[in-house]
Design a binder for this molecule. Structure first.
Ligand SMILES: C[S@@+](CC[C@H](N)C(=O)[O-])C[C@H]1O[C@@H](n2cnc3c(N)ncnc32)[C@H](O)[C@@H]1O
Ligand code: SF4
Length: 461
């Protein structure tokens, strides 16, 4: 059975998952456990062919550096210590060496049309100084061009930047910020292994709010984690109120997932971490949906809420099934639907880049001008599509997979228990999960669907 859908915790590609969502490539970083050999596979074949995709107009760039690794996080990151910074001091040499690799990868990437969205994710990209961020944007501009009005997002951590640095990023061209707040509770932040505290978070949101009010920043987003150990409805209600008070135009709310190799996983195994049950997690999501709805936020994807006009264009590209370029250690790219995972360590990434340089002529043939029809695998389009509020066109997806009406009816029959409970809504050709009940239990529905899907004959209809 294929992995479950991306949790979209990044602008695009590193890979994440939650116990309730399963693991998959995120908004851009690579699958959690790719072997070096698999990662060097430059052109992964799609599982089933969908309609041909146009060339990507989005790019994800992975900046792996963090001050320290948070207890829950298994992203491809390189912890450099609490005082490290791209502008000098400890860690500066590591950052500079990595940026050289990244520039090489971008400069020699296959060609494509101007980019409409760029996401500099991490890691903690706000450990780079504004010049370094500006140089990356210029490199992408040289290679592809940046379309007029392109959405250029930078992921930032509270306590990793000050107001002058924010101004530098904006002057360098960044027009959207994604801020990793996680919680408005100091004891929770400490228990997550975060370096920042509430005061840092409030300072950062204040700077972002004011930059937006002055018209210097088009939009910004706040990340929070829900379903933390011991969390109840009243604690979560307070988090939501605190978040709304900061007026972020966009909110990403991720359910805690316990990832392999993390401090949280070890604590769970030792019986030191008590997770909340699925019913309570669903209640927390329902509360988010209701309260944020009242506050004017639309729930446009399972983990994402936005004020009108502020849905992330970059994430939408990802969820829509369009392709994207990916650059850097641990990044996943999917040009023309071909998923390509880069290695998750700097050493392996450097070696991968050497191998890639040798393969460039062949790569140009497969990435730049693909032969034959490719597209996001059909099963993946179900998974990604059903996480969105608008759902999927089931008839079109079935047709693309070579399935006929009878088989679609059989699948609907298989999923009837979910439809009877009001979790799955079938509205003509469109199938979608109800909000919030269906979205909260999306994994159960998707597991059933994907268990059925590959077993069916896919041709001759
Ligand atoms: C890749 S992180 C990068 C953002 C930034 N470094 C930070 O932590 O603030 C993007 C988001 O993923 C979420 N995240 C990472 N690991 C998670 C996990 N195991 N469970 C739930 N959310 C997680 C956090 O909310 C984080 O803000
Ligand atoms: S700062 Fe962000 S990317 Fe770095 S370890 Fe923590 S959650 Fe992961």
């Amino acid at each position: 059975m294929p992995d479950l859908p991306p949790n979209n915790r990044q602008g695009l590609p590193p890979v994440m998952g939650t116990p309730s969502t399963g693991a998959l490539p995120d908004s851009g970083a690579a699958p959690r456990t790719p072997t070096a050999a698999a990662a060097a596979d430059l052109a992964a074949a799609p599982a089933q062919q969908g309609p041909a995709l146009p060339p990507p107009r989005s790019a994800y760039v992975h900046i792996p550096f963090c001050h320290r690794r948070c207890f829950y996080c298994d992203f491809p990151v390189v912890p450099l210590g609490d005082r490290a910074d791209g502008s000098g001091g400890s860690g500066a040499a590591s950052i500079a060496a990595y940026l050289q690799l990244l520039h090489r990868e971008i400069a020699t990437a296959p060609p494509g049309p101007p980019l409409s969205t760029v996401y500099l994710g991490g890691g903690t990209p706000s450990m780079l100084c504004p010049d370094q961020v500006g140089a990356l944007l210029k490199a992408l501009d040289r290679r592809y061009g940046l379309a007029p009005g392109a959405e250029l997002t930078l992921e930032m951590d509270p306590a990793s930047f000050d107001q002058a640095r924010l101004a530098g990023y904006l002057a360098a061209g960044i027009n959207r910020v994604s801020l990793g707040g996680q919680s408005f509770d100091d004891s929770v932040l400490a228990s997550l292994g975060r370096r920042h505290r509430l005061a840092d978070l409030l300072q950062a949101t204040g700077w972002l709010r004011r930059a937006r009010a002055r018209g210097e920043l088009a939009s910004w987003s706040l990340d929070l984690i829900q379903s933390l150990p011991g969390q109840g409805l009243s604690h979560w209600q307070r988090q939501l109120e605190a978040a709304i008070a900061q007026e972020p135009p966009h909110l990403s709310i991720y359910e805690l997932s316990i990832e392999p190799g993390t401090v949280f996983e070890r604590r769970l195994e030792r019986g030191e971490l008590e997770l909340i049950d699925q019913d309570l997690a669903a209640d927390l999501m329902e509360l988010s949906q209701q309260r944020l709805g009242q506050a004017g936020y639309g729930h446009y994807e399972i983990s994402n809420y936005a004020r009108p006009g502020h849905a992330s264009r970059h994430n939408r590209v990802y969820w829509s099934g369009a392709g994207w370029w990916g650059f850097g250690m641990g990044a996943t790219a999917a040009p023309y639907g071909r998923r390509q995972a880069r290695p998750r360590t700097r050493e392996a990434y450097a070696a991968w880049l050497v191998a890639r340089d040798h393969a460039l002529p062949a790569l140009a043939a497969t990435e730049g001008a693909p032969e034959g029809s490719v597209g996001m695998a059909i099963d993946e389009r179900w998974m990604v599509g059903l996480r969105r509020r608008e759902g999927v066109n089931a008839v079109a997806l079935a047709r693309a997979a070579g399935l006929g009406h009878q088989q679609l009816a059989a699948l609907r029959q298989e999923l009837a228990p979910f439809e009877e409970r009001g979790l799955l809504l079938v509205e003509g050709e469109r199938w979608r999960l109800s909000d919030p009940a269906g979205l909260a239990l999306s994994n159960a529905v998707l597991r059933e669907l994907l268990a059925w899907w590959p077993a069916e004959p896919a041709a001759g209809h």
